[in-house]
Design a protein. Structure first.
Length: 247
């Protein structure tokens, strides 16, 4: 029997990047996966087809998870399809990099909305279902930037640090109900998000990584899989996975 056989997982922003690899890893381990997307419709539906090879029943659902109505509807649709939600991975995120001097309110607010409000909307919607089941795993994707800060990312760093505070608080609230809540803090990881960073900045980042390379989405996905399938006594933690960058 696979470790996540019969379990249902929602992964936000799973049409591409880290979310896609998390969805794949959970499906390989037997979970039914709800692949949330906002703009990557084709990729999300292609992933549903691909994952069906591993068995299970997978769904692609469009939702802008920064909106409370969408986050709630995503969870409701998943519940109607499967009758329970065992795992929620809050992965959706964006960057709008500018030094604070040059950052306008829209660039500040958009990142707060997508990266932080989304974690509220989906967690708030899923929690009553997990409380009723007396079981659940919630994993929030933060970033090493939460602890280290980064030039041009005051908005992004604020959301990722906020996610850690949120994670720890909610974990304490639900610890006695069989639900764990943890954050994963990737270092720089090879996805579209990293390729948006100017070449020169990327080279400077690389010099600071003791392992001398960027992380891969698969490496982050395996960490998430460990948390949801092998770590029932781990909660309220922020797990760094960053090639040895000291924070
Ligand atoms: P990415 O390749 O740019 O993908 C971003 C994902 O977020 C896409 O799937 C996108 O969906 C989704 N998304 C954005 N806004 C959304 C919304 N309003 N509703 C639903 N989905 C939305 O980024 P990534 O590198 O995979 O990042 C994934 C997570 O890891 C993010 O939280 C990011 O902050 C974090 N992280 C990344 C790195 C890195 O170096 N890459 C490092 C640390 C942490 P659509 O394509 O469907 O629009």
């Amino acid at each position: 029997m696979k470790s996540l056989e019969g379990q249902t997982a929602i992964v936000t922003g799973a049409g591409r990047g880290i979310g896609k690899e998390i969805a794949r890893e959970l499906a390989v381990c037997g979970a039914n996966v709800v692949i949330n997307y906002m703009t990557s419709a084709e990729a999300a539906h292609a992933l549903v087809n691909e994952l069906s090879e591993y068995g299970g029943k997978h769904l692609a659902i469009k939702a802008d998870v920064s909106r409370d109505t969408d986050g709630t509807q995503l969870v409701r649709s998943a519940y109607e399809a499967y009758g329970k939600i065992d795992i929620l991975v809050n992965n959706a995120g964006i960057t709008r990099d500018k030094t604070l001097k040059n950052m306008n309110f829209e660039q500040w607010e958009e990142v707060i909305r997508v990266n932080l409000n989304s974690v509220y909307t989906c967690t708030h919607a899923v929690l009553p279902l997990m409380l009723e089941n007396k079981s659940g795993r919630i994993v929030n994707i933060s970033s090493f930037v939460a602890m280290a800060g980064n030039i041009g990312q005051a908005n992004y760093a604020a959301t990722k640090a906020g996610i850690i505070g949120f994670t720890k608080s909610v974990a304490l609230e639900v610890a006695r109900h069989g639900i764990t809540v943890n954050a994963v803090c990737p270092g720089f990881t090879e996805t579209d998000m990293l390729w948006e960073v100017p070449d020169k900045v990327r080279e400077r980042i690389l010099e600071r990584i003791p392992m001398g390379r960027f992380g891969t989405s698969q490496e982050i996905a395996k960490c998430v899989r460990f948390i949801v399938s092998e770590a029932p006594y781990m909660t309220a933690q922020a797990i760094s996975i960053n090639g040895g960058v000291y924070i």
